[in-house]
Design a protein around this ligand. Structure first.
Ligand SMILES: [Zn+2]
Ligand SMILES: [Zn+2]
Length: 409
């Protein structure tokens, strides 16, 4: 497939993709409520003759069978918005009060539609099969988990996903290994025995004990972990007590552990549990610990990452050609950020990367307020860039996977 022709096909769809994104932005829907969004996408796929079916509650999967032998690649876009009141002055700002596409999932869904159209147009020359996964509920509810549970990835060889990124337009974060954090919720219950404030010895002060527990937890980092073990342990909620003159018999604390590496995660969990169980006993109280698993860390398969990085080093000049992204002064090296992950955000694409070799890229869509801010915005000139990237990377990954298999046989 001639590269220039391919890029022409992408560019011809640019206005359409922008209009999809504006439509999604104007009509945002919360997790597992993406009914209109899905109906719109389904209508488009059917109009282009791409077979699709509804999955994972409010999700949709389309399928393009290439004309040449090859592996099965899953392309994933999430579709849900956030419970945030939009405060931008965009002409297509949210018409749904209190709901906003403040994480860029409108762009992800629009981009995947653009990719679907192009790949379908060239399917005769496509080496393999592409599953187009329009995933619900990334923000809340774990739509990624539902996708995996539904068996959609059972016959998939590799998966690719993009996320918009608050960074200079066009910059790509493409890291090897762990690239987002595990995010797990923890709960601490400290029990004592209530007593009057004038007679503390008759009770077991759960509030005092909590202060000892917190002291131990907050000093974990200094001596028990290595400087490169990236994690945060943040406690955001504390409840307890009834009156100013009664020492409380119960304190409840909620928080989150975010970690990149499964071993660090396990060590942290065990360490915090030990503190919560054992420290209260020193003072005659009791502690209970709960751990609620959140999203797993996204793991970028090293061989897929290398294929993509090598490809981008060679092709990025052509991929950004004639695009009005606002920056032209960076060298190709500056566009590609491949050093180890340092961001402790969570992404439910982690469920995919636990199941099949996966690659997740962050695409710079302009500087400004961070995601989940009520003024979050992307430079929509980047949409065509995302489509160019996803179309060409998909073909590259399918081809290389097939070539490697031929070599093995
Ligand atoms: Zn988000
Ligand atoms: Zn997101």
């Amino acid at each position: 497939m001639d590269f220039e022709k391919l890029m022409d096909l992408v560019d011809q769809g640019q206005e359409e993709v922008i209009s999809y994104r504006r439509r999604f932005h104007e009509h945002p829907e919360l997790s597992f409520q993406e009914v209109e969004t899905r109906a719109f996408i389904q209508e488009k796929l059917q109009a282009w003759g791409i077979p699709c079916q509804r999955v994972a509650k409010t999700g949709l999967v389309g399928e393009i069978q290439g004309g040449l032998p090859g592996p099965t690649l899953a392309l994933r876009a999430d579709m849900d918005a956030l419970p945030i009141q939009e405060e931008t002055d965009l002409a297509f700002a949210s018409k749904n009060p209190g709901v906003m596409h403040a994480c860029g999932h409108d762009a992800h869904a629009a981009n995947l539609l653009g990719v679907a159209k192009v790949l379908n147009q060239i399917k005769d020359q496509l080496p393999g099969r592409v599953k187009l996964i329009f995933q619900p509920a990334e923000e809340a509810g774990g739509g990624g988990r539902e996708i995996v549970k539904s068996g959609l990835l059972d016959d998939v060889d590799l998966a690719l996903g993009f996320h918009v990124w608050v960074a200079p337009e066009g910059k790509i974060r493409i890291q090897k290994g762990y690239t987002t954090a595990y995010s797990d919720a923890i709960g601490l219950d400290i029990y004592g025995k209530a007593s009057h404030s004038s007679r503390p010895k008759e009770g077991v002060d759960a509030l005092f004990i909590s202060s000892k527990v917190l002291d131990h937890i907050y000093s974990l980092k200094d001596r028990l972990f290595n400087p490169q073990d990236q994690y945060t342990l943040s406690l955001g909620k504390i409840h307890g007590g009834q009156a100013i003159n009664i020492l409380p018999d119960h304190i409840h604390i909620d928080g989150m552990i975010r970690s990149m590496n499964p071993q660090v995660r396990q060590d942290l969990k065990e360490m915090v549990e030990k503190i919560v169980r054992e420290i209260p006993q020193l003072y005659g109280g009791q502690g209970e610990f709960t751990f609620k698993e959140g999203y797993p860390s996204v793991y970028n398969d090293p061989s897929l990452q290398k294929i993509a990085l090598d490809y981008l080093k060679n092709s990025l000049k052509n991929l950004i050609k004639d695009l009005n992204l606002g920056i032209n002064s960076m060298s190709i090296q500056d566009y590609l950020m491949d050093d180890p992950g340092t961001e402790l955000g969570a992404e439910d694409f982690g469920f995919y990367s636990q199941k099949v070799p996966s690659l997740f890229l962050w695409i710079g869509t302009g500087l400004g307020p961070q995601a989940h801010n009520n003024q979050f915005m992307i430079n929509e000139n980047c949409l065509v860039y995302m489509t160019r990237l996803m179309v060409s990377l998909s073909i590259q990954l399918l081809k290389t996977h097939e070539e490697e298999r031929d070599e093995e046989n």
